[in-house]
Design a protein around this ligand. Structure first.
Ligand code: FAD
Ligand code: EGO
Length: 471
């Protein structure tokens, strides 16, 4: 057996573009393997910045995301700074609150602070001696032939940097992806949905959480939806989802209150009339986009992960979780193919694209389903049906939300299994209905009812109807 080459060998340079959630986590994965990792992030270091105004303040972290954090030794730290949400709390218009647990005792999702999670991951990445973070570096262009990237700094200066592998983690509007779009046989689709979202803060009342903290609070109102996730400072971040057309119809402070009185009356005293009037107009509603593309790689040079590869609408709470799982999948394939990038990258696209497409479709499906017919009654009914079926056939029927949120079942397998389960349920219903019909027919033939007994009540019924109509 030959000894592996020791001493100075040219190390592979991995450039991670984007120091967001997926980029900073990915930097840890590559650093752990011993690569020379350079992270390039357009923004200033958020750990030093005073005000960070970005997208969504908190996020739901579930099993897939946690597993990825565990791979780089970050699970415990992040979980300890999150707030467990053991159940959804469904708010009806009347103000009634109904909890529906996510599953058994240990099954919960976590509310985590986006900025804090990002900071922790940057610090973890920076702790590897073979990792360098470069802030104020905006990727402008890069070449798939040479691996050369051009960055622009705030002062207008440009930097040219070369890397062996470029990992595009630069979000839904990825600059890395632009080079993919110029190539043949690259599939791309992007869809903006008619809904926008707006975040409102619910402050503590008498120093305590304004609502029960360990829940994902949901106000399902068909096309108008609101959710609230708890924060460590005892506030809640409420996110209102509604069509841009409706956001635009509300132009005065009084109209805001009127709208909330009609659809979310229980939240008015909790958010506060004045806060509501002010916060509603602080920022315009934000857009949501769904992006699918394939393949996710170019040769042995570049790979897209996270929102850059698959931006999903936030109606499954899976965007970050899917992006984090991308990192595990890539890591597993790196093991399988001995870090041979020319084999790893195509295999990554082959394995991961169907799953990333599946979660994008599932999130869009939830959006369409929820805005079309999910009010609080339907939400409760559907989740109860799910759990009753699971209770009686725990091996056969697993709710889709459970597979997606609490397991690492491949997303596309979860969809397949869900479709199969629906067939089983429909067959079951068909068989029960047929059984009931055949059974009653049999009983009727065996015990023919006395015709007179049937007719007399019918006559009585008619008399009642006549009496009702003339009264
Ligand atoms: P981003 O977080 O967008 O990070 C991209 C980074 O790249 C940024 O730091 C950006 O500054 C940088 N960058 C961009 N362009 C360049 C460039 N040219 N050069 C250098 N750097 C660049 N997911 C969940 O799992 N659970 C949830 O509950 C959840 N809720 C959500 C709610 C809302 C309202 C929204 C909008 C999303 C939600 N998501 C949720 C999805 C989640 O926010 C994203 O999936 C996640 O942020 C993706 O991480 P990312 O690192 O791929 O992209
Ligand atoms: C019938 C009933 C059909 C995100 C319920 C479909 C999503 C969908 C946005 C929740 C939870 C984390 C979320 C459930 C359904 C986050 C989530 C769900 C929202 C909105 C969200 C659930 C942030 C859909 N998970 N979920 O089962 O609790 O069910 F309401 Cl608008």
């Amino acid at each position: 057996m030959e000894e592996p080459a020791r001493g100075p060998r040219k190390k592979t340079v991995v450039a991670v573009v984007g120091g967001g959630l997926v980029g900073s986590l990915n930097a840890c994965f590559f650093a752990k393997r011993g690569f020379d990792v350079e992270v390039f992030e357009i923004r200033e270091d958020i750990r030093q910045a005073k005000i960070v105004r970005g997208r969504s303040i908190n996020l739901a972290l579930s099993h897939r995301g946690r597993q990825a954090l565990k791979h780089v030794g970050m699970e415990e730290k992040v979980v300890s700074q999150g707030i467990p949400m053991n159940a959804r709390m469904i708010h009806s218009i009347s103000g009634k609150q109904s909890p529906i647990p996510y599953g058994k005792k240990g099954q919960y999702i976590l509310s985590v602070d986006r900025a804090n999670l990002n900071k922790e991951l940057l610090t973890a990445a920076e702790a590897y001696p073979n990792t360098k973070l470069n802030f104020d570096h905006k990727l402008q262009d890069w070449s798939a032939e040479t691996g050369q990237m051009t960055f622009v700094r705030l002062d207008g200066s440009k930097e040219h940097i070369k890397a062996d592998l470029i990992v595009g983690c630069d979000g839904a509007f990825s600059a890395v992806r632009k080079q993919f779009l110029r190539r043949s046989r690259f599939n791309y689709s992007q869809t903006y949905i008619p809904h926008g979202y707006m975040e409102l803060t619910m402050l503590p009342i008498n120093g305590e959480f304004a609502m029960k903290p360990n829940y994902l609070h949901i106000w399902p109102r068909n096309t108008f939806m609101m959710i609230a996730l708890p924060n460590l400072d005892k506030t809640f971040t409420c996110t209102l989802f509604m069509p841009f057309d409706d956001f635009e119809k509300i132009t005065t402070e009084d109209e805001v209150i009127k709208f909330f009185q009609e659809y979310f009356p229980d939240t008015i005293p909790l958010i506060g009339v004045d806060t509501l009037k002010r916060d509603y107009f602080r920022l315009p509603a934000q857009a949501m986009v769904s992006v699918k593309c394939s393949p996710h790689h170019i040769n042995d040079k570049c790979v897209l992960m996270g929102d850059a590869a698959h931006a999903v609408v936030p109606f499954y709470g899976q965007g970050m979780n899917a992006g984090f799982e991308d990192c595990i999948v890539f890591d597993e394939i790196m093991n399988q193919f001995n870090e041979d990038l020319s084999a790893v990258l195509p295999e990554y696209s082959r394995v991961r694209v169907p799953d990333d497409h599946a979660i994008a479709d599932l999130a869009m499906y939830n959006y369409i389903e929820m805005r079309a017919h999910v009010n609080s009654k339907w939400f409760l009914f559907r989740k109860q049906v799910d759990s009753i079926l699971h209770f009686f056939m725990p091996k056969t029927i697993i709710p889709l939300y459970t597979m997606v949120t609490f397991t690492r079942t491949r997303y596309h397998k979860a969809v397949e299994r869900w479709q199969w389960q629906n067939k089983v349920i429909n067959h079951g219903l068909l068989i029960s209905a047929t059984g009931a019909a055949v059974g009653s027919a049999y009983l009727l033939i065996k015990n023919p009812p006395n015709i007179n007994k049937l007719i007399i009540p019918a006559e009585k019924m008619w008399n009642r109807i006549v009496a009702f109509r003339t009264s």
